[in-house]
Design a binder for this molecule. Structure first.
Ligand SMILES: [Zn+2]
Length: 435
């Protein structure tokens, strides 16, 4: 709800400080600090992929969209340069997010369909970030929030602090797009809905501030603007459990962490959604800094192509569709302060304890045994390290065991077994080795 009294009070009392020409004063809780990023959180290159992969909408989201009721959030999109079919596909992606997250305040998106040059599918990010001074429930002090999340937590529009767009998003008009909304792009075409869904995810908050600058003798990492990091940064730690925000800023030590291939999200809901005995979901931290890719994505090999949680990895290839934000991503969003539409988070029956895979390593076949009581329809897929589906079984789980067979001719390598409950869309992925 927009509270007029709150707005007028804020206008008279709040001192708005824009980054770049003021120091940050941590002891003045009335100061809302505003930071406008100089670069988008994500610049998405075309991925290399051979084959076809389709991850449909989450069943709850699909049901909500088909029912045609009120979405959980309202998006207002300003379309610039779009063809009618591009706009229709964009709106479909918007509707998926509108039926995945909740906000009482409309989310304003400025969308451009334009030439972005070779090698870029799209780019996006929050138009601006703001700190929260009100102590709104679920918010952290001295932390920048993307505009749409700031509005959700504060319950009011942010335009009093300048500007009205919450998300800026750009999409290449030169790409060989598939504009259908059925998550079935043909080989060689990029699925527009998937790319829009991905980029809007960055605009809504899958975006940290970390950066690495070339320097001699050591590269230097930085992560704060005027003393504050983003809410995304607050949930990132390394494999030893050291918070990324605990390293000196700026410093070579911070840069080393950002390219250490060892960063994880420690959001409790994200961990619960991963549901692997407390394992932290891994983020993308390749050993060379890749602007627009490093840091603000999930790790590609942890969430391979076809994994229900792979939307926010750093690459989308042709022939590949993912229309599901992913329940780990939504869990992370909840940790950052978003509310999630009822039913969108996984209540997971596919726990590590409930699934056994043998033998591992395997030679010719793999048996996947589910504990009794799991009588729904499951599918089991074998996926190679490049995300290609090698083998898929879909059968009723009456006897509690699913078998992938005739695997003798596969190369000796690491593979992934993905077990999906076709009713709920929930899945888990486990690594297996071919001998
Ligand atoms: Zn991205």
């Amino acid at each position: 709800m927009i509270k007029i009294t709150s707005i007028s009070k804020r206008l008279c009392c709040a001192l708005v400080i824009f980054s770049g020409f003021s120091l940050f004063a941590q002891d003045n809780i009335n100061e809302v600090h505003v930071h406008t990023p100089s670069r988008p959180a994500c610049v998405l290159p075309p991925g290399e992929f051979t084959g076809l992969i389709s991850v449909p909408r989450a069943p709850e989201t699909a049901a909500r969209m088909e029912a045609g009721g009120s979405p959980c959030a309202t998006f207002v999109v300003s379309y610039n340069g779009f063809t009618p079919e591009a706009q229709a596909a964009f709106q479909y992606a918007v509707d998926i997010w509108a039926n995945s997250i909740e906000s009482p305040v409309p989310i304003n998106v400025n969308a451009q369909f334009t030439s972005l040059g070779a090698g870029v599918l799209g780019s996006a990010g929050a138009a601006t970030f703001l700190t929260i001074t009100s102590g709104a429930p679920g918010s952290q002090p001295n932390t920048f929030y993307p505009a749409a999340l700031w509005e959700k937590l504060e319950g009011e529009d942010r335009s009093m602090f300048g500007g009205s767009n919450d998300i800026n998003a750009n999409f290449s008009s030169d790409t060989n797009w598939y504009f259908g909304t059925d998550a079935n792009p043909p080989a060689g075409q990029f699925d527009f809905v998937s790319v829009v869904l991905h980029e809007l995810g960055h605009g809504l908050g899958f975006a940290g501030f970390a950066n690495v600058e070339d320097s001699f003798p050591d590269d230097i990492g930085d992560i704060r603007f005027n003393g504050a990091a983003s809410i995304y940064d607050a949930f990132i730690e390394n494999g030893a459990g050291d918070a990324i925000l605990s390293f000196p800023d700026p410093s070579a030590a911070l840069a080393a962490q950002l390219v250490g291939n060892d960063l994880y999200c420690n959001g409790p809901t994200a961990i619960a959604q991963l549901n692997q005995g407390g394992t932290l979901p891994r983020t993308f931290a390749p050993t060379s800094w890749q602007p627009g890719s490093s840091y603000s994505h999930w790790n590609n090999s942890t969430f391979p192509n076809g994994d229900v949680n792979s939307l926010m990895t750093s690459s989308i290839g042709p022939g590949q569709a993912n229309h599901n934000p992913g329940f780990i991503t939504l869990g992370f969003f909840q940790d950052m302060g978003w509310s999630i539409c009822a039913g969108a988070l996984s209540v997971e029956e596919l726990t590590v304890e409930n699934v056994s895979i043998s033998p591992n390593p395997f030679v010719d076949s793999i048996d996947i045994t589910l504990k009794e009581g799991n009588v729904s329809d499951y599918s089991v897929s074998l996926i190679d390290i490049n995300g290609r589906f090698v083998n898929t079984v879909k059968q009723d789980n009456n006897n509690g065991t699913l078998t992938l067979s005739n695997l003798n001719n596969l190369d000796t390598a690491l593979y992934f077994v993905k077990i999906t409950n076709e009713i709920t869309g929930n899945s888990i992925t486990k690594k297996v080795v071919k001998n």
